[in-house]
Write a protein that binds this ligand. Sequence first.
Ligand SMILES: *Cc1c(COP(=O)(O)O)cnc(C)c1O
Length: 223
Amino acid sequence: MSILHNLQHIRLQILQAEERYQRPTGSVELLAVSKGKNAEAIIQAVQSGQHHFGENYVQEALEKIDHLKKLPLVWHFIGHIQHNKCKSIAQHFSWVHSVCRADVAQKLHESRPDSMPPLNICIQVNLADETSKSGLSVENLPGLIETISKLPKLKLRGLMLIPPPCTDPVKQYETFSALRECKEKIPLDLDTLSMGMSGDFIQAIRAGSTIVRIGQAIFGPRG
Ligand SMILES: *Cc1c(COP(=O)(O)O)cnc(C)c1O
């Protein structure tokens, strides 16, 4: 299967899910997760009309970003954030989906060049039923939201979720709905729910996702 074919198939599935679940057409952004894939694979995706790319590892990402700097791409950082990598992230990405600590938010703010627009931020949430160690608990959300709201070089866009692997669509939908409800309780105008990966993005769209992060279904299995 080619990257072009895979992208066309995913875009069709997104369109069909928008229609089936009464979501406005075009309300779900496709983020192509290119971790572990080389610049050539990304170029193939670009030639198929893809412009938003997600990366997890700073060093790996910086090489690709530099190599592809002539292309009009939007880079999203979606991986675990190490404190000493905040500066590189703030200088080279447009979005960060995985913020879950105030000191990281502060560092991203300080490192964001004045010449660049505010860095778009999602807070990664850890719903109580998760086994995952990353993400902020729901009870600690208000504090981090307040911190980020005071940092003018960051723009809080919404929430992000990495649920535990699950193949049951009913369970997937319940989990994603819990994140949507979490966002609805926040008294701010947030426009982003970053949720849904290759194995569960249909139910994420049903539950209100605005960005699906898809890797393997576009680029094939990771080695
Ligand atoms: C790898 C990754 C994805 C993509 O997962 P696939 O199963 O390849 O679609 C999405 N989000 C995050 C945070 C990831 O690390």
